[in-house]
Design a binder for this molecule. Structure first.
Ligand code: C5P
Length: 224
């Protein structure tokens, strides 16, 4: 059977990864979380005290970074590895979320990540979520979704996730972070967050994960 690539873009905490994972499971496709790559690079920069305003330092640092995804055989979830270390869980911290948009705005960082994302896409049957997948990474993707949801709903969802791991986190902090990332991601010079002209908008403010899945599966059948 023919396999296609699916691009899922949108603002922070719109439920992109929830949908991408559901869909990947249903279709037996490969899910790739492109944001995890930018988060892992940010983790490396922070740990190694890289001054990312200095492009030479950035270029040198990128030479020492190797990223790959590996499926956890117990959970079936694809987890990102930074220089052979599983960093899937550390990169979800708010400390990373507070810096990642700055790092992801750097041209050299984007070129580094996009090249690897396009390489993965060659196998087809890839569902990738991010900010520039439909516009830059897979401009030829057969199906492109652009997700949105009301800010209040997004804050609530992300707050619950973060609070479960760290009860010191506040709603205000989470809201400020989402708004800041959306602003930086939408206004940066290189491949900003944009809806591709041929992307289909899904607003999931009032959709359950199941209703959302039904909607995308219908779109998938048409795209195939
Ligand atoms: O998807 P997630 O929220 O984990 O992404 C974290 C950050 O990585 C985003 O806020 C954005 O700055 C950056 N990103 C990006 N391009 C992508 C995916 C993520 O710039 N394709």
């Amino acid at each position: 059977t023919r396999k296609i690539n699916i691009a899922i873009d949108g603002f922070s905490s719109c439920g992109k990864s929830t949908m991408a994972k559901q869909l990947a499971k249903k279709l037996n496709y490969t899910y790739v979380d492109s944001g995890a790559m930018y988060r892992a690079i940010t983790l490396y920069f922070l740990r190694n005290h890289i001054d990312w305003t200095d492009i030479t330092e950035v270029e040198e640092a990128l030479k020492n970074i190797s990223l790959y995804f590996k499926v956890n055989s117990q959970t079936g979830i694809s987890e990102i590895h930074l220089n052979d270390e599983n960093v899937e869980y550390v990169i979800r911290d708010l400390v990373i979320a507070e810096k990642v948009s700055e790092v992801a705005a750097i041209r050299q960082v984007r070129e580094f990540a996009v090249k690897q994302q396009q390489e993965i896409g060659k196998q087809k049957g890839v569902i990738m979520d991010g900010r520039d997948i439909g516009t830059t990474v897979f401009p030829e993707a057969e199906l492109k979704i652009f997700m949105t949801a009301d800010i209040a709903v997004r804050v609530e969802r992300r707050f619950k996730e973060l609070y479960a791991k760290n009860p010191n986190v506040t709603i205000e902090e989470v809201k400020t972070n989402l708004e800041m990332r959306d602003y930086i991601d939408s206004n940066r010079e290189f491949s900003p967050l944009r809806k591709a002209d041929d992307a289909i908008i899904i607003d999931n403010t009032n959709l359950t994960p199941n209703e959302q899945l039904t909607k995308v599966l219908d779109l998938f059948k048409v795209a195939l």
